[in-house]
Ligand binder design. Sequence first.
Ligand code: HXC
Length: 534
Amino acid sequence: MNAKSTKEAKTLPPARPVPESLARLRAAVEKAGAGGGPERVAAQKARGKLSARERVHYLLDEGTFQELDLLATTRATAFGLKDKDIPGDGVITGFGQINGREVCVYAQDFTVIGGSLGLAHAMKICKIMDLALQNRVPVIGLLDSGGARIQEGVDSLDGYAHIFRRNVLASGAVPQISVILGPCAGGAVYSPALTDFVFMVEGISNMFVTGPDVVKAATGEEVSAEHLGGAEAHAAKSGVCHFVAKSEPDCFRQVRELLSYLPQSRWEKPPRVANPDPIRRQVPLLEKMCELDPRRPYRIHHIVWQIADEHKFFEVQSAYAKNVVTGFCRMGGEVVGVVANNPAHLAGALDINASDKAARFIRFLNAFNIPILTLVDVPGYWPGVQQEHGGIIRHGAKILHAYAEATVPKITVILRKAYGGAYIAMSSKHMGADFNFALPSAEIAVMGPAGAVEILYSREIAACKSDDEKLALKAKLSADYAAKFASPYQTASTGSLDEVVEPAHLRAKIARALRFLKDKRTPGQSDNRGNIPL
Ligand code: HXC
């Protein structure tokens, strides 16, 4: 200590004793804030997981978190609960900001009795969900829980019911995001399933209705938790999960990015974010579509990147039903939802999973005032017994329903194939699209040339004397058919297309149309809808 600080120390007034009431508050806050204590926090770390408080810190803007109900805890006493410390009842709840915008958040704390959900825990979550709905802000759940708190019996099951009901009431009103950061088992999975977007992190997130032990007992199948309900399984196979992250910080970065495309609620539009990309930017690369072999696959992403502001596309459910691509981009700074056939997978045909994926996304966009850009290159529905018996009729109908009921601005661009029922389903003019464009490479018909001539000229083909004669006749008939239908011009002549567009002008055309549709109204058509899981 130098001379100066010795002198200062001498002149400091004596420390005032802390009043007992203040000391009591500070002690209670410190105890509750410590979660399950150092041992359990260390165990959480050993599993490669962040603590619930660290998670809230990573997710929200620095210093914006306002915690509620830190001191709330269970009133249950049975099965040893009366002797247990259950700080915050195993969940942190409150509000804060992301990119300067308010959100409500809850984070289950696995270090406190396994993050299990008792009635007080559930009511804390419900309070925050009610606040989100009343104040029209998104709600984000960070889930890490052993499920219903066994000691509380039916109270904990009822707790889930309170939450599920609120998930439904908030559906389509405020964005709801679930981030799975540990176990999420049994009926508990149905809260995330009712929300709009589910995030999972490789290696630490699990979701299943019945875990590996029950599966083994019931069916004899031996399966690991990761294989049964890990991020990979739900992103690629079940379609439950929309976004996968490699680490928790990466996951929170993705949540923040997703929110940048969303409005705070259905009573707002998504925020406009200006950028320097000229709205009339020419896209000469799209002229390549006009020389592409109609059977050649390509990734639809290349088209989206050409059209979007700054070539940015934020894809949703990228690993699931890859034959349809869904996601967000901006045009002229305004958010647009993209729904596109992807010829790189199943030739871009519609099947059961693609129908569900597209329909739910369209319904989300409609609920939250986000215009829809549909990019069409679809040979039809994917054929097969499995598809028919799996209910492609029932699932395919969801896309038709979603587009027809959507009142947000809808722009459709036919890039190449648009055949049969799939042409209609992909936001055709008379399903209610506002503007329908096509590139000169578009082919719009009831079916492809090969199938059409087999039906129209079956007698003539059967009368051929040799296979060579058959082939030659089919080739000629197909060419005649293609000349009439394998173009956009018959459709343009009926008004079912508004314009056949120079490919290089496509971005400018779409942006101009969106600008015109900015304040679109649809009198007589209700625009108040939830986002039911499909
Ligand atoms: C009460 C629970 C609990 C629960 C975990 N714990 N789950 N306490 N109710 N549901 C407690 C443990 O007793 C332990 O307490 C602490 O949390 C950590 O759990 P561990 O088992 O030590 O952790 P780990 O080995 O990592 O295993 C995690 C787990 C396992 C896989 C989640 O705990 C587990 O299988 N839990 C039960 C899961 C389950 O069957 N839940 C009910 C599902 S049905 P101590 O004091 O030792 O630290 C359901 C219905 C919902 O949720 C219905 C909604 C409609």
